[in-house]
Design a protein around this ligand. Sequence first.
Ligand code: ADP
Ligand code: ASP
Ligand code: MG
Length: 418
Amino acid sequence: MTRLVMKFGGTSMADLERIRRAARLVAAEADAGHKVAVVVSAMSGKTNELVAWTDGAGKASGKAIEGDDEYDVVVASGEQVTAGLLSMTLRNMGYDAVTMLGWQVPIITSDVHGKARILDIPPAKLETALDAGQIVVVPGFQGVTESGRITTLGRGGSDTSAVAVAAAVKAIRCDIYTDVDGVYTTDPRVESKARRLKKISFEEMLEMASLGAKVLQTRSVELAMGQRVPVRVLSSFVEPGENVDQGTIVCDEDEIVEKHIVSGVAFSRDEAKITLLGLPNKIGVSAAVFAKLAEANINVDMIVQSEKRSGDYANQLFTVGRRDAKAAADLMLSVKEEIGFDDIKVDENVAKVSIVGVGMRSHTGVAQTMFQALSEKGINIQVISTSEIKISVLIDEAYTELAVRALHAAYGLDKIGA
Ligand code: ADP
Ligand code: ASP
Ligand code: MG
């Protein structure tokens, strides 16, 4: 009998009715002969509510709220509730189900509270229960440090819990049940013409996730790619049997026959642009700026430096997550004299829009199509960054949806699979 991991997200666990539907899908896989481990999210909205409570309770000794170990004690609780409710529902249906919390499995993580990384999942307890015919329900998002403190994996982290459990028990697949029936060419909430991709490569999914497509947490894709766990994304809003040939398989590139130059458009509003004006144009200045940001654990994404006409001064522009904008600006102001720039500007009304596709490696003109499509809509590009399989632009946030739709049409994504 093969092992299977099924993961249900927040909207799939939103109330008892949805939990019963998830239970029917789990039961069907158990009836089909799989040994099933289920990973669940908290009810949708629950984690936001818990996070807001920790904000209200206040910071511990000057740390960021997320860096506080008590933050994890609070926000990990949402998943415990849904895990227990799903197990109870399965028991009421006559199945032998048991909940194993993060510390009971154990899902051992680093001690970076609020965004811990999974270090190890000793499989013995899970395997014993699965082999004894039990359906094991594991709350996603939560783990435990070596020293026994509760941790959480960062927002959207239940996807990562699921893939990690699948790798630990050597499951044949990790099925991610969510509120859309697969990975689309772009967020179907923004572009109704978005098309479901039957398959997407790990590399493309990794880019899509890290560039803002929240259907899978970035870390879960990294893990699936590294551990070679086949992942399938599919809808939980169906009854057993209705899912046949549905969903999206995330797999190796060479398993995909129908290749696209561009597979998807992703966007992120979690961006802020910081510009340092009149920096001395001399060796070591960038190193000094970015050393300060790194010391403060602030992630920098796009960077552009432009020389002023005189050549003695330069302007430097970089982007950070919107939550880090104030901290980054305060930090830069505190070293204004030391680094020697004239002024600083912060713009939080920006968004990053990206196109992703492995076909970019071998095709020319992909960037030109992007820039042309944006210019036709009168959208100004503030910053450009590229990698082998993606091109990102920073634009005025007000044009995000317009840009996503324009790019979706420019690459013919509305016709994929048609
Ligand atoms: P869950 O609660 O199941 O983890 P999420 O809300 O985290 O679900 O992720 C699913 C959502 O991701 C969808 O409702 C959709 O709006 C969004 N999304 C963004 N980009 C995409 C995409 N390319 N394909 C599918 N869904 C996407
Ligand atoms: N409940 C957590 C969140 O909302 C984890 C998850 O659902 O993946 O971020
Ligand atoms: Mg999610």
